[in-house]
Design a protein around this ligand. Structure first.
Ligand code: NAD
Length: 502
């Protein structure tokens, strides 16, 4: 089938390359000449694992082409996907649909034959009706159909998500359009994938409902992590125990710095707006939006608390800037308010991100971007993990320890092991878990706890743990030191006991 995709961003580019792989003939169009030039030069304007190979192969076999000429691409296409951005504007949660309607008009002016217009962009319920109205002022209604095909891909896993979606949602109020969509998403390529045919309005709302629910899970576990910290429980174990309940599920139960990205924040705000506009306010999501904003704004205070006092004039190293790992997307990343707040508090900021530094550099200033995590830690008074890139799980902790001025690591993603951190001489503060203080190995072989643990480990209990080998922390010493750190976590619960049931 001949397809045009308008918008060559995260959604449009991935969809174009994946449709081409399915055997369709795809023209991917963008008004941004710079992006198209990058694509025509054989490179990608975004970072997405596996996408470069897929684009190369589509371009190589002639099934995928790029350009800026929308009328030409549309006039040849049987289906046109709208995949332009719908950012929110102002404070009221309403997304900006200017690009969607502009593209709809251009499609109406250029369409030849019967054309199925498919919104992949996330748009409020009823937008399909409005697109239909806009187009019908230019093109007779019997010449086109408007379909909603919401996109559920996750950046960083977008190709896998396209190939193996949990479901494919088609919101179409016209039988012919449904048949065209069933040909595009040929079930032979998607065996066992539920294909949900529903009304256009339901499909539009389904996207928002799904994203808002995911945001709710994140906000829930984040609030639980605060409770875990105060109640001296462990949010990772709690989430695992909850998530193994099939009714709850494990995904999106990772406590962290608050959700970000191009979708969850704006879509949750838009749902709140939509619900109010439709006379069915969603108080629960209003609270979620507020809680997430508060959480992002508390990150800097947590760093100050971990550093023991003001951070004015101190250097803070940030590991990770993107809103999550495996993407270069900085949209609504928790790193942005954090950097703003750290600057207000007078901190000097060093930062490293495996993919996001070019995008970050356009959004923030007064940040020193570094070559690698060790350079980032160099001369810092604390190192903060903001994004859970897997390479941060494999850091050489001794190298980190010696690069830092003060051996503090604050992990907003819970990707490191408290026991390992303490054993490597690092104070470690994570989310919803007991914090640990560094352990030192003395020449005589005794393990010494450098300062009273935040978890309440007392000196005599450390002394009781007995001797280990000294020097360069051989494995046995590390293991013993780890035991002390571990015992601090356990002891914390014993020491503080349970709240008085009265
Ligand atoms: P994006 O900003 O990365 O890409 C949008 C592209 O559209 C840009 O390249 C822009 O130049 C182009 N564009 C804008 N107006 C245009 C016009 N008039 N003509 C031609 N091109 C135009 O956005 P994205 O992240 O790909 O998101 C697109 C839509 O998909 C949004 O509605 C978003 O909410 C939704 N969505 C995004 C994701 C995601 O993970 N990024 C996932 C699901 C759904």
């Amino acid at each position: 089938m001949k397809i045009a995709v308008v918008g060559s961003g995260y959604v449009g580019l991935v969809a174009s390359a994946c449709f081409a792989k399915l055997g369709h003939e795809v023209a991917c169009i963008d008004r941004d000449r710079g992006k198209i030039d990058i694509l025509l030069a054989g490179r990608l304007p975004i970072y997405e694992p596996g996408l470069q190979d897929l684009v190369n192969s589509g371009v190589g076999n002639g099934s995928l082409m790029f350009g800026t000429d929308l009328p030409q691409a549309v006039s040849r296409a049987e289906a046109v996907f709208i995949a332009v951005g719908t950012p929110d504007i102002g404070d009221d949660g309403r997304p900006d649909l200017t690009s969607v309607f502009a593209v709809a008009r251009e499609i109406a002016a250029a369409a030849s034959g019967f054309t199925v217009v498919v919104t992949k962009s996330t748009v409020p319920v009823g937008t399909g009706d409005a697109i239909e109205a806009v187009m019908s002022a230019i093109l007779p209604r019997e010449r086109f159909a408007v379909v909603s095909n919401p996109e559920f891909l996750r950046e960083g896993r977008a190709i896998e998500d396209f190939d193996h979606p949990d479901r494919i949602v088609i919101g179409a109020d016209c039988e012919w359009a449904r048949e065209v969509m069933a040909q595009i998403y040929d079930p032979r390529h998607f065996p066992d994938v539920p294909m949900i045919f529903t009304s256009r309005r339901t499909a539009e709302l389904m996207k928002y409902a799904s994203n808002a629910f995911l945001a709710a899970k994140i906000a829930f576990i984040n609030d639980m992590s605060d409770l875990c910290e105060n109640a001296r429980a462990n949010v990772c174990d709690l989430a695992r125990g909850m998530g193994l309940d099939a009714r709850i599920g494990r995904d999106f139960l990772e406590a962290g710095p608050g959700y970000g990205g191009s979708c969850l924040p704006k879509d949750t705000r838009a749902l709140v707006r939509m619900a109010t506009d439709h006379g069915a306010p969603l108080a629960i999501f209003e609270a979620i939006v507020a809680a997430n904003n508060r959480r992002k704004r508390r990150l800097a205070a947590r760093i100050v608390e971990a550093c023991g006092d003001a951070i004015e004039g101190k250097t803070i190293g940030l590991l990770g800037l993107t809103f999550k790992a495996n993407t270069d997307d900085m949209r609504e990343s928790p790193a942005l308010p954090l950097i703003e707040d750290l600057k207000l508090l007078g901190a000097n900021i060093r930062a490293y991100d495996p993919a996001g530094m070019a995008n970050a550099a356009r959004l923030v200033d007064d940040v020193v971007f570094t070559a690698d995590p060790y350079d980032c830690a160099n001369g810092a008074h604390a190192l903060v993990i903001v994004t859970g890139w897997s390479e941060f799980q494999a850091l050489d902790l001794q190298k980190i320890r010696s690069s830092l001025i003060v051996p503090i690591v604050i992990d907003f993603r819970n990707i490191l092991d408290p026991v390992e951190m303490a054993a490597n001489g690092l104070a470690y503060i994570s989310v919803g878990r007991a914090s640990v203080q560094p352990l030192h190995i003395l020449d005589q072989g005794a393990v010494l706890h450098v300062s009273p643990s935040l978890a309440g480990l007392s000196e005599h209990r450390i002394a009781r743990t007995g001797g280990t080998a000294g020097g360069q922390m051989p494995n046995q010493a590390k293991a013993d030191a780890g035991l002390v750190a571990l015992s601090s976590l356990v002891l914390a619960e014993e020491d503080f006991g349970h709240p008085d049931p009265r």
